[in-house]
Design a protein around this ligand. Structure first.
Ligand code: FAD
Length: 451
């Protein structure tokens, strides 16, 4: 075989690419990596991390309100958006530097440029025009948000711009029904904006359990978010002061910002994938086998660009599995079953496993255990809120197929519940686990009556 410049060339320094590069280098591979924007990718620069920081910020307003019932007077609390954004940016710069340092330490060569695939083993560095020969190419280019083709779409933003606004909009209209739209609706509301969430479907959060979807919507509405379903934005007009939004229903709204969070599409355009013979499937995603190998044997793909499960821990796991398989002589593949997930809304959602509808669709006869209760904190705070917990159990085997939680710390609970579900825990295992009192999560092990 001809001697090539590197063993592995990774395109994209996001969650998946960084993990793959570091692990492959640890196995002794000579690794080069191209990043056209910032090291860290979506999660670190304009996804999970900055979003969670904004979510933390937004929750203080609820805490201040809740504090009164516990005897606190919180007067004069004021929020300053530029301070939050500046502090968030500082933390993101710190993380980006840490990612770079880790890659440097691992011996990965980072090229700050877009990379183009010329053929199955050749890359072109757009900035310099240099050509690099690689034994293996890993495509870890992620996904991008889209704007709809409607009049005035140029006045709208996506989550990318939402992280960099100069000021907090007084009013914002957000279109979308997925977790990003819902999270931004809740966080902007918590920070003091008037929020209208408009979604094409009949209910928000498609794919989540129907009880969870309904419960979160009613909690959001109770807190003051205006939720419109079965509708879309038809046009946006801008005048000197504001944006005028016309819905497909004819309803009109004014807002300082309009945001679309209507889905993310794999980044597979304009860097030579198809010319190199890489097969693309639905939504333009790279088609891969269980080991993340594409239709071209020397080209692999991981993370959002493959459109399997667009979550950071999944991209990381796929990257790790790829590197161990191809460079570590330890073949394994990422498991996409029972992946826990969260929606950092207000209140929060944490889930693992199958929804009731999905379990039935997969042919299970299910027993449903569900509880809805007022959290202890709400007794003194006086907040009108309730926690929802639901277990989906296979009636034939007693195995817990799904755990669904809406309420404070739901994501933290779901991470722990995921261990039990992954281990194949039965409902009887939940029942025999002693409650930890007084907590909300104790309800997960004290649900005795089927619905
Ligand atoms: C607002 C938002 C919130 C999110 N919140 C969560 C969350 O709470 N939890 C969670 O698990 N997931 C969350 N996600 C999803 C998560 O960010 C992604 O699943 C994850 O980042 C995917 O990693 P990746 O490595 O596939 O791609 P990315 O992290 O997107 O990295 C791809 C990189 O490739 C670069 N690139 C693209 N093309 C080229 C090219 N030709 N040459 C060079 N470089 C290129 C890009 O600049 C980018 O840096 C969120 C996403 C968004 C948008």
């Amino acid at each position: 075989m001809a001697e090539r410049d590197v063993d592995l060339f990774v395109i994209g320094a996001g969650s998946g690419g960084v993990r793959a590069a570091r692990i492959a280098a640890g196995h002794g591979a000579h690794v080069m990596m191209a990043e056209e924007y910032r090291v860290g990718g979506t999660c670190v620069i304009r996804g999970c991390v900055p979003k969670k920081l904004l979510v933390y910020a937004s929750r203080f307003s609820h805490e201040f309100e809740d504090a009164a019932g516990f005897g606190w007077t919180v007067s004069g609390a004021k929020f300053d958006w530029p301070t939050l954004i500046a502090n968030k940016d500082k933390e993101i710069r710190r993380l980006e530097a840490a990612y770079r340092a880790n890659l440097d330490r691992a011996g990965v060569e980072i090229v700050s440029s877009r990379a183009i695939i010329e053929d199955a083993h050749t890359l072109r560095i757009l900035k310099t025009g240099a050509h690099i020969q690689a034994d293996t190419i890993l495509v870890a280019t992620g996904a991008h948000s889209v704007l709809p083709k409607i009049p005035g779409t140029e006045h709208a933003i996506t989550s990318n711009e939402a992280f960099q606004l100069e000021e907090l909009p007084r009013r914002i209209v957000i279109q979308g029904g997925g977790y990003v739209a819902v999270e931004f609706a809740c966080l902007f509301h918590g920070l003091g904006a008037h929020v209208t969430l408009v979604h094409r479907g009949a209910e928000i959060l498609r794919g989540f359990d129907d009880d969870v979807r309904k419960h979160l919507r009613s909690e959001m509405v109770a807190r003051g978010i205006h939720v419109i379903t079965g509708c879309t934005i038809a046009s946006i007009e801008k005048d000197a002061q504001v944006l005028h939004v016309t819905m497909a229903s004819g309803e009109k709204h004014t807002a300082e910002k309009v945001m679309f969070a209507i889905g993310r599409w794999p980044n597979t355009g304009n860097f030579g994938l198809e010319a190199a013979g890489v097969k693309l499937g639905d939504r333009g995603a790279v088609v891969v086998d269980e080991f993340s190998k594409s239709s071209v044997p020397s080209i692999y793909a991981i993370g959002d660009v493959t459109d399997r499960l667009a979550l950071t821990p999944v991209a990381i796991r796929e990257g790790h599995a790829f590197a161990d398989t191809v460079f570590g002589n330890k073949p394994w593949s990422a498991d996409h079953i029972n992946v826990p997930s969260a929606v950092f809304a207000e209140p929060e959602i944490g889930v693992v496993g199958l929804s009731e509808a999905k379990a039935k669709e997969e042919g299970f006869n299910v027993d449903i255990f569900r509880t809805q209760f007022r959290p202890m904190k709400a007794t003194l705070s006086g907040r009108a809120t309730s926690i929802l917990m639901k277990l989906v159990v296979d009636s034939a085997t007693d195995r817990v197929l799904g755990v669904h939680i809406v309420g404070e710390a739901a994501a933290e609970m779901a991470q722990m519940a995921a261990i039990a579900v992954k281990m194949g825990a039965r409902k009887s295992d939940f029942d025999s686990t002693l409650a930890l009192h007084p907590t909300s999560s104790e309800e997960l092990v004290t649900m005795h009556n089927k619905v």
